[in-house]
Write a protein of this length. Structure first.
Lengths: 294, 203
């Protein structure tokens, strides 16, 4: 379990200080937890703090009873942690097996026979068994991500932190990746940070929305969807003018009879043909992000 | 880089075998080139690592990371030096004027360690691998140019990198110099470890 209290992070000092996180409070239980937010919301900063890489300016993080502000606890926590960073750097001259083996040694897995067997196990799990002895430099983006997840789970972590894991993957790779995460979520905490709404909707029972360093929402995806009820409309217009009235366009689809708009906003569009529709998670997210700015 | 310089100096030394100046090429490699190579390479082991963030998330201390990375580099420099000295013996070049076996090792080991520590520290301080190479390269040129002046000044000569190769067998003066450089190296390594503990500076 992850318990985050009043977490604040500043970058820089004095007048030039930038607040990346502002009094964040979260409780994350076992299972898959999605952290959604726009680029620059502070997701990566939060992920890095939880991974013990950067220090918070204020606040407390306790993971499985270990306090991150204590250096010994932090090292103990790192031994039971899996981390996949947003910008994954790998060694192109090593093959997948060598790289994962190297990461396993760094994570304290020194018994060679046990380590080799575990490396083979994770290679099978991420579907890289056929390419285990190929150099990472020859891998596609999706295969590199799979190496990334393999190194993250090689120590069988009780906490898995994955930061924007599906960015840049093709649709098939994204599906495979999401399924892999869900499969692993049964007996551990998986914290998935992303700006792709669909990834959260298809994987997480609990989620939070982070924007400008603050938690804007915490609950289940269905609760976020519910928030947008009565605020989502569709209308078809032949006019090239975009519908106004302070509405946010979620999607635009060119059809034979005009352009079909999906809109989110406080009030119904002025155009008479607008009909209310059932919101989705993306609508809920857009409503949450824009409701206070209208 | 070390194998390339090793090969170059072996070839150059072979050209001077006949006229008896081979020993000066040998001491140039050991006392001047190995410290330079150490300094130039010193910025890279940590800051040029593409998987640095993964290392920071692993349960390893800054000390262990430094020891692992610089241990490998030190081993490469050690191997280069021993191979070179072995080749000199095979080519019949007498290195005895640099002292006995152990004194000869100090001629390259002490300045190489200092340049390694200095390159590591400046790279971490400026958060750039190239800073380490640039600073140590600049210092090397500075000391090489002003070597005579620096050696003539009582305090400054304790910090001359090349005293072992320039004034071999100079007794207590050389010992003082080697102790000073070793102390500087230890301080820089300690400072480097403290810098490396502040991981967020490097990601």
């Amino acid at each position: 379990m992850i318990n985050i209290r009043n977490l604040t992070k500043f970058y820089g000092k004095g007048l030039h200080a930038v607040r990346a996180l502002n009094e964040v409070n979260l409780q994350i239980d076992d299972g898959m937890f999605g952290l959604l937010g726009p680029n620059g919301a502070g997701k990566t900063t939060l992920m890095r703090i939880l991974a013990g890489i950067i220090q918070p300016s204020r606040g407390q993080v306790v993971i499985n009873g270990l306090d991150l502000s204590d250096e010994k606890d932090k090292q103990r926590l790192k031994a039971q942690l899996g981390y996949l960073p947003q910008e994954l750097g790998l060694y192109p001259d090593l093959n997948a097996r060598e790289f994962i083996d190297y990461m396993a040694i760094l994570k304290g897995m020194h018994a060679e026979a046990e380590r080799r067997s575990r490396v083979q196990e994770v290679l099978d799990l991420v579907g890289l068994q056929e390419n285990a002895n190929r150099k990472i430099g020859d891998f596609s983006g999706g295969m590199k991500r799979r190496v990334g997840i393999a190194q993250a789970i090689v120590n069988d972590p009780s906490i898995l932190i994955v930061d924007e894991p599906t960015a840049g993957l093709d649709p098939e790779e994204r599906i495979r990746f999401r399924n892999l995460l869900v499969k692993m979520a049964s007996d551990r905490v998986i914290l998935l940070s992303t700006h792709i709404v669909e990834d959260i909707g298809l994987t997480s029972q609990k989620m939070a929305v982070l924007s400008q360093g603050s938690i804007q929402f915490e609950g289940s995806p269905s609760e976020l969807i519910k928030m947008a009820e009565g605020h989502v409309w569709e209308l078809t217009s032949t006019s090239t003018e975009k519908p106004d009235g302070g509405l946010t366009i979620v999607s635009m689809l060119h059809q034979s009879d005009g352009i079909r708009y999906r809109l989110v906003g406080e009030n119904k569009p002025a155009e008479g043909s607008a009909v209310p529709v059932k919101p989705g998670l993306e609508d809920g997210y857009i409503w949450l992000m824009h409701k206070d700015t209208k | 880089m070390p194998p390339a310089f090793l090969a170059l100096f072996l070839i150059l030394t072979s050209f001077f075998l006949e006229d008896g100046r081979a020993y000066s090429m040998a001491s140039a490699f050991l006392g001047y080139m190995l410290p330079l190579i150490s300094g130039i390479l010193a910025g890279a082991p940590i800051l040029a690592d593409p998987a640095l963030e993964l290392h920071f998330a692993a349960p390893i201390s800054a000390w262990r990371l430094l020891a692992a990375r610089y241990g490998v580099l030190a081993a490469v420099i050690l191997a280069t030096s021993l191979i070179f000295q072995g080749c000199m013996t095979l080519m019949g070049v007498d290195l005895a004027y640099l002292g006995n076996f152990w004194q000869r090792q100090l001629v390259w080991l002490v300045p190489s360690l200092t340049m390694l520590a200095l390159g590591c520290f400046t790279a971490l301080a400026f958060k750039q691998a190239a800073s380490g190479s640039a600073f140590t390269g600049g210092l090397w040129i500075f000391q090489l140019t002003l070597r005579g002046y620096l050696l003539s000044k009582p305090i400054l000569r304790d910090f001359v990198l090349f005293m072992g190769a320039s004034l071999p067998m100079s007794g207590s003066m050389l010992v003082e110099n080697q102790i000073s450089l070793t102390l500087v190296s230890i301080v820089l390594i300690i400072l480097s470890a403290f810098l490396l503990k502040r991981q967020e500076r490097y990601i």
